[in-house]
Ligand binder design. Structure first.
Ligand SMILES: Cc1cc2nc3c(=O)[nH]c(=O)nc-3n(C[C@H](O)[C@H](O)[C@H](O)COP(=O)(O)OP(=O)(O)OC[C@H]3O[C@@H](n4cnc5c(N)ncnc54)[C@H](O)[C@@H]3O)c2cc1C
Length: 207
């Protein structure tokens, strides 16, 4: 395969990513509720899932499996308060989400950059460390919160409502709209620009 493709079906998400050397990474995501069932027959579940996506099924004909299957259901989602007096959480320790939007490494690095800046300010004497850490938490929330909520929505693996589905079908044939969607995933386009304002309660650690 030479192009990355994402597929959304009711109760199923799949992504095919070319890795070079003729190899393709193919991830299949099911709801956690079927984890035990999938585990009993991973190969069967994988091929049944691919059969629901003709583009994938066609390309699996004659393909050779290069690696063993790897999977997990240990994918809790939480959005914790990121700092307090003298302490801070960054990356997965502060906010963990389903990998469906592939944000975790970006988040960990961006959190690290924000936190490093706060610590430099706090220890460098330009402001108190507690103030700087409070600011880190606020900036982390506003940067990562909207994507966290969007990820939780995607991870439900439910078909989008018909009007959203119609919008996606139009977007799939429109290079500008496709680039904007991919920009959201890459972090270059704010989530709100494409999906509207976030639900404040969804990110409130106390909610
Ligand atoms: C199936 C799956 C697919 C994913 N796909 C993607 C993707 O495509 N793109 C993406 O960006 N992200 C993806 N992620 C998420 C990404 O891997 C994580 O979000 C990211 O690694 C988090 O980085 P981190 O530094 O916060 O934590 P970690 O990478 O977990 O690093 C924490 C480190 O701290 C160490 N540690 C823990 N406790 C202690 C201790 N007491 N003392 C010393 N060391 C300790 C751990 O051993 C670990 O090495 C995926 C995750 C999963 C599960």
């Amino acid at each position: 395969m030479t192009e990355t493709r994402l597929f959304v079906r009711d109760g199923l998400f799949a992504v095919a990513v070319p890795c070079g050397g003729g190899l393709t990474f193919l991830a299949v995501v099911w709801p956690r509720s079927v984890f035990a069932k999938v585990r009993q027959d991973i190969d069967g579940a994988y091929h049944r899932a691919a059969a629901r996506v003709p583009w994938l099924a066609d390309r699996l004909v004659g393909a050779r499996q290069a690696e063993r299957y790897v999977g997990t259901a240990d994918l809790d989602a939480f959005f914790r308060t990121a700092s307090g007096p003298g302490w801070a959480l960054l990356g997965d320790s502060g906010h963990h989400k389903d990998p469906i939007t592939a944000q975790g490494m970006t988040d960990a690095l961006l959190d690290a950059e924000l936190l490093a800046r706060a610590i430099l300010q706090g220890l460098g004497g330009t402001r108190s460390l507690d103030d700087a850490l409070t600011d880190f938490c606020r900036q982390r929330d506003s940067r990562a919160g909207p994507m966290h909520e969007l990820t939780a929505g995607f991870a439900r693996l439910q078909s989008p409502p018909p009007e959203q589905l119609a919008g996606m079908a139009v977007a799939a044939g429109d290079p500008v709209a496709t680039t904007r969607f991919l920009g959201v995933i890459a972090g270059s386009v704010p989530v709100e620009e494409v999906y509207g304002p976030p639900d404040a309660d969804a990110m409130d650690p106390a909610a």
